[in-house]
Design a protein around this ligand. Sequence first.
Ligand code: BES
Ligand code: ZN
Ligand code: ZN
Length: 458
Amino acid sequence: MTDLHLISSAKSATPITIVRNKDYAAWLKKQPATTQGWLKATGFSAANASCALIPSTSGKIEKVICGISDDAPAIWSIAHLPAQLPAGTYALEGLHKDASELALGWALACYQFTSYKKSTKKFPQLVLPKNADAAYVNAVASGTCWARDLINTPANDMHPAALANEAATWAKKAGGKVSVIKGEALLKANYPTIYTVGKASSVPPHLVDISFPKKGAPKVTLVGKGVCFDSGGLDIKPSSGMKLMKKDMGGAACVLVLAKAIVETGVKVQLRVLLPIVENAVSGNAMRPMDIVTTRKGITVEIGNTDAEGRLILCDALSKADDETPDLLIDFATLTGAARVALGADIPAFFTPDDKLAEAVAKHSKTHHDPLWRLPLWAGYKSMIQPAAADLTNDAESGYGGAITAALYLQEFVTKTPHWLHVDMMAWNQSARAGRPQGGEAMAVRALYALIKEKYGC
Ligand code: BES
Ligand code: ZN
Ligand code: ZN
């Protein structure tokens, strides 16, 4: 279990005072002369992401002053501290309305991927502020660290059986019902596209189906792309494009974080989680360009490019989800390079035909500083995914608008569910920032948790 570096109480803790840059001059005037002298002598100006250690007369750290910018988002505002402070126990001074976000940022800043290389860095711990929502902070912090570990673990260890096992083990512990279908049993259970994508790997494809029944509660279903490694298949990726593809199960990892938060904080929904998990490999029995597969829904799909495998595994899982007409259906996927070209690595794209839902996503994204940006399900581009020989192609005739044509493809499989949201994201931090180490990342989870909690309640 990850150490979140949060503790519920402590006999003694070094206080941390947060000072906004614009308030610094006025705040400084009210401090004891020794503090004023020290801060001036050391050149402290409460610049964003700075901190000053105030020594006591006996040579201990008496307090920490944490400088933040005027508009610093709560979640990352003190996330620079764990890297800067010596190990020890600290507590925030005063009451902060964003206490949960501050604590979460602290915990997320203490993450290290240590499975293959031990670290000597010892992070400080923070006393969880009294007014923080402990269940929320613990669920999202431990969930995010779990997702980062899942994504960072290379595909030789995080193969389809391992990822399916991680999901199923968590779900059983959390009180969910779990069914796992794998290998040729996927054909018998009518998941032809999941089987087709995953059959070339030495580790068979899996579909993990988890449910948390709650009589009478609205149904929410989450679907996540779990491609443990995306070589591109026979339309093989160039080495530069393949290098990061252990992260192609990032959608499934994000779904697990969101599911964990929903379950652990008791949101009043009947939750279902569907994770199609495969490796897109190269082998004699691999799917080929221009193979045609009849999907679970009966729609025929021509595989124009075996590297557009995400929408293939998602379409059977979405059909299954749609059969049950949940009130809300969300899928998360590292689906297209085109979404990254459009919005960069940090901003997941989202798609929904539902304007009200889109407004709610944008609102929660803004309040929680969890970026998401809507792209259109532009019906005018549908002809780009309609080939001559089958109902749909997974490879649009033009490369332009690739995130949109991928989303339009998925939309064909969601025909009954009233509210559907598709998230196309990177699941990876290109570079390190406070609270966000370089490597695997759970994206869009905090905003969508807030949306679900507001819609259905705890
Ligand atoms: N997993 C990739 C998409 C991806 C690439 C996400 C890089 C994030 C970063 C996906 O399976 C893929 O290869 N998509 C192709 C689709 C194309 C062949 C139609 C792409 O985006 O190039
Ligand atoms: Zn691919
Ligand atoms: Zn992929």
